[in-house]
Design a protein around this ligand. Structure first.
Ligand code: GLN
Length: 447
């Protein structure tokens, strides 16, 4: 059924870079046998899932939506993908994204833009836009995305679906092609909170192959699915409702807070006062890490190599000039600059100090609150083409999501209304590290 839906819709939506029809059908048959024999019993057995194209899938093309990896077939699968397969899920294909997850609209993909299923003149958000459009359109019941600065939460918001960015270290990054290693986390996107919690339970694991993986006390995320927020302390940062926030988004989010209050949560406004610093700190740190992580794509080890060249240095240069798109080049240049001698202290070190202050501000907030509630993005989905001409404007759109990555916090985004143009509005709930339980509880009670 999922494959039929993709056939029907994907020519317009372009949610997928690769559809693995043959592999999926074969795997589905095997899974069916294991279900029939009683070997596989869990709730995810036999359920189709799509994977963002920055997670390695053995023998199945993994491109990061970049020309430089256009033909790359990994020899192993990401740990998160293996975990899904253990639960009996069927991978149906790889979804489109901003090139190397750099962007907020899925327009920087080398394989064409993905369209928003609610209105195909609008973007689905990004960078996990393919995964979110695929879920919103019913091409797949669920998908995996990755979130470095909001790439699960913001496209979930634009597509009217639910997505979770787990606490840093909860899901193994082994086999996730790195963008900003200290910020990247894999997470689920699906139709509702229950499906997301089930998927998170399946993908979360301690993995010694990822040096930042954390051994958690519990990997139970579904016990929090209780319609009960009595006494749950919810803080709303006043700073999140300032200049630049679309009034329709503000109204929908405030109404959502009222609903939770009526259900028994204790809701209060407070000052988080770090909004102004999150964007500059994030773009310095993420670009610095990206410039280092992307050094490996040199035409020797993976993917694309330029056709004509003179000597090794010229081969590197031509391969990278031709293989990377403009947004990726911008980040590599910015990152190399802030890491270069003479500028390191002024930019990179200062950004790290800012990150520490942001973490402290959240620590103080979580002494008083269990959940921080706000919008996921300042607007609903913009029209295709509107954001590309002005990268700075696009970076500013990440204002509500990126501080969670800088502090390692878990966050969930779920739908909380529609604007007058018929585009979805998203509600974001942030929790303290390792407290997914709180945000899942609040989200489930609200939905
Ligand atoms: N829009 C942000 C960026 O371009 C976040 C992307 C992400 O989370 N992968 O860096």
């Amino acid at each position: 059924a999922a494959l039929a839906e993709i056939k029907k819709q994907d020519e317009v939506l372009n949610s997928f870079v690769t559809v693995d029809e043959e592999g999926a059908l074969k795997r589905a048959e095997e899974v069916q046998k294991s279900i029939d024999s009683g070997e596989l019993t869990g709730p995810l057995a036999g359920v189709p899932i799509a994977i963002k194209d920055n997670m390695c899938t053995k023998g199945l093309k993994t491109t990061c939506s970049s020309k430089i990896l256009y033909n790359f077939e990994p020899t192993y699968s990401a740990e998160a993908v293996l975990n899904l397969e253990k639960a009996g899920m069927v991978v149906i294909g790889k979804t489109n994204m901003d090139e190397f997850a750099m962007g907020s609209t899925t327009e920087t993909s080398a394989f064409g833009v993905t369209r928003n299923p609610w209105n195909t003149e609008h973007v689905p958000g990004g960078s996990s836009g393919g995964s979110c459009a695929a879920v919103a359109s019913g091409e797949t019941p669920c998908a995996l995305g990755s979130d470095t600065g909001g790439s699960i939460r913001q496209p979930s918001s634009f597509c009217g679906i639910t997505g979770i960015k787990p606490t840093y270290g909860t899901v193994s990054r082994y086999g996730l092609i790195a963008y900003g290693s200290s910020l990247d986390q894999i997470g689920p996107v699906a139709k509702d909170v229950t499906d997301c919690a089930l998927l998170l339970e399946a993908i979360a694991s301690y993995d010694k192959k990822d040096s930042t993986s954390v051994k958690r006390e519990s990997y139970d995320f579904t016990s929090a699915l209780k319609d009960d927020v009595k006494g749950l302390r919810i803080g709303i940062p006043r700073d999140y409702f300032g200049e630049g926030l679309n009034p329709e988004v503000a109204a929908a989010v405030k109404t959502a807070a009222k609903v939770l209050e009526e259900k028994g949560a204790v809701v209060e406004e407070f000052d988080l006062s770090l909004v102004d610093y999150a964007i500059p700190a994030y773009y310095v740190i993420a670009s610095a890490e990206a410039s280092s992580n992307l050094a490996r794509f040199d035409g020797v080890k993976y993917g694309y190599r330029t056709e004509e060249y003179e000597g090794l240095h010229n081969m590197y240069k031509k391969t990278r000039s031709e293989g990377f798109g403009p947004e990726v080049k911008r980040r590599i240049m910015l990152g190399s600059f802030v890491l270069s001698s003479g500028y390191y202290d002024a930019y990179y070190l200062k950004a790290l100090r800012t990150k520490a202050l942001i973490r402290q501000a959240f620590d103080r907030a979580f002494e008083k609150y269990d959940v921080i509630l706000g919008p996921a993005a300042p607007t609903t989905a913009p029209k295709l083409g509107e954001s590309l001409s002005d990268p700075l404007q696009m970076y500013l759109g990440d204002v509500y999501t990126i501080s969670a990555n800088l502090a390692g916090l878990p966050g969930i985004c779920l739908p909380c209304g529609m604007d007058t143009k018929g585009l979805p509005i998203g509600l974001q709930l942030l929790g303290d590290c390792f407290k997914e339980e709180h945000i899942i509880r609040a989200a489930y009670a609200y939905e």
